[in-house]
Design a protein around this ligand. Structure first.
Ligand code: SF4
Ligand code: SF4
Length: 405
């Protein structure tokens, strides 16, 4: 008989480290105006923030609760942003590391629900999984569409020996025409630094981040296993990922599954090129910019300073910070599949709140480094009475290196 609580049982230690103090719902300081953006955007019932989800997880493990259709709201009402984990006071006395891995707990809740009662999982999430089975990616983009972004760029193709840098574009950018410009700009910037990246084109695999975050743990594990071999055989010496979700997945899950190639997100890579003097940002950008830390890049990978260093290197750019910034940042609203939850209404509410905080901080422009952040913040910005432009760091770096002579 299959164990319907397999994933939750595997994280019982972290579930039982929770003291039910409720700080993940109530903490409020100058730097942390609120912890859980979803709780803030809803009526605030307990199941929308970490403590309530953990109470449910315990109830399931102890048999005082059973899986019901209502559980889907608790399981999928979460951006997996990790702010609750960052703010939680339950930490290891020696290492000061958080003991309550709220992201892992919510992923486990989703995995067990999907495994035992997939019919209760909202249709939008199941559609992403059906698309993965049919098209090898969650966005139902045929393989031929994956290389449209690079038309005319004449990029070398992996696998081949000594291909150097492999630009890992990711399904989201490759299958969204509005984001193709970002990938082209990344190539332009890398070439300005003397690097001609290779790509996998139609053979680039889906990293499995979306599938894993929405609870398809077994599907994601199979994808990772298959993709590790393909990437190890690519002939590249390092992988530079354009998408924060891909970078987090490749650097952590793939590494654990045997990926031997070094992985970085493009922004820290550009910070290093600037530091080495291989990239020069010449053209000024006289705007006040607020940087939104993507959760995957910031809290999950610890990359906070390098994006700011890249922005500060652009002549004329003035950088401002929201109160909640760096490790305390508030999710853009799109994490953890939130654009599917309640048809994306909450995702937009959360994004609008973040944009208004940037405007209050004096920003003319909001900048991020993740396609999910850019798409959700852009959609939310268009609903503001005075829309604030939303850009990716690559947009600004590309404009700053452009040869206008
Ligand atoms: S997750 Fe942390 S902050 Fe939230 S109730 Fe548990 S111990 Fe308290
Ligand atoms: S991970 Fe983020 S959205 Fe989910 S419960 Fe924690 S703070 Fe709220």
């Amino acid at each position: 008989m299959t164990d319907s609580l397999k994933s939750l049982r595997r994280c019982a230690d972290t579930i039982y480290s929770c003291r039910s103090c409720g700080m993940c719902g109530n903490k409020m300081t100058a730097k942390v105006p609120y912890v859980c953006p979803l709780r803030e955007a809803t009526a605030g019932f307990d199941h929308f923030y970490a403590r309530g989800k953990i109470v449910i997880a315990r109830g399931l493990l102890e048999g005082s609760l059973e899986m019901t259709p209502d559980l889907a709201e608790a399981a999928y009402g979460c951006m997996l942003c990790g702010n609750c984990m960052t703010q939680c006071g339950a930490t290891d006395r020696t290492t000061a590391e958080p003991l309550v891995d709220t992201v892992r707990i919510v992923e486990a809740l989703r995995a067990d629900l999907l495994q035992s009662h997939s019919e209760w999982v909202p249709e939008g999430y199941r559609a992403l999984l059906s698309a993965t089975r049919q098209y090898d990616n969650p966005w139902a983009a045929p393989r031929s569409a994956r290389e449209k972004w690079c038309k005319g760029l004449d990029l070398p193709r992996a696998p081949h020996a000594d291909c150097g840098v492999l630009l890992f574009v990711g399904c989201t950018i490759a299958s969204t025409p509005a984001l193709h410009g970002q990938a082209r700009k990344a190539v332009h910037v890398l070439r300005a630094a003397g690097i001609n990246p290779a790509i996998m084109g139609r053979d680039e695999p889906c990293c499995a981040s979306v599938q894993r975050r929405i609870g398809a743990a077994d599907m994601a594990a199979d994808m990772v296993r298959n993709n590790v071999d393909q990437l190890n055989a690519s002939g590249c010496s390092e992988i530079v990922a354009l998408c924060a979700g891909c970078a987090n997945m490749l650097a952590n899950d793939y590494r654990a599954a045997g990926l031997k190639v070094r992985v970085r997100h493009i922004v820290p890579y550009l910070a290093e090129l600037l530091e080495q003097g291989r990239l020069e940002l010449r053209h000024p950008y006289a705007q006040t910019v607020c940087y939104h830390d993507p959760c995957h890049l910031g809290r999950h990978m610890g990359i906070f300073e390098q994006p700011r260093a890249v922005l500060r290197a652009i002549p004329g750019l003035r950088l401002v910070e929201r109160n909640a910034t760096g490790k305390n940042t508030l999710c853009c609203g799109a994490g953890g599949g939130m654009r599917v939850f309640e048809s994306g209404v909450r995702a937009l509410d959360i994004a609008r709140a973040g944009l208004l905080q940037a405007v209050q901080a004096g920003a003319d422009v909001m900048v991020s480094a993740c396609p999910f952040c850019e798409m959700n913040l852009t959609a939310a910005a268009q609903t503001l009475p005075e829309p604030i432009p939303v850009l990716d760091i690559i947009d600004l770096v590309c404009a700053a290196v452009e040869d206008r002579g």
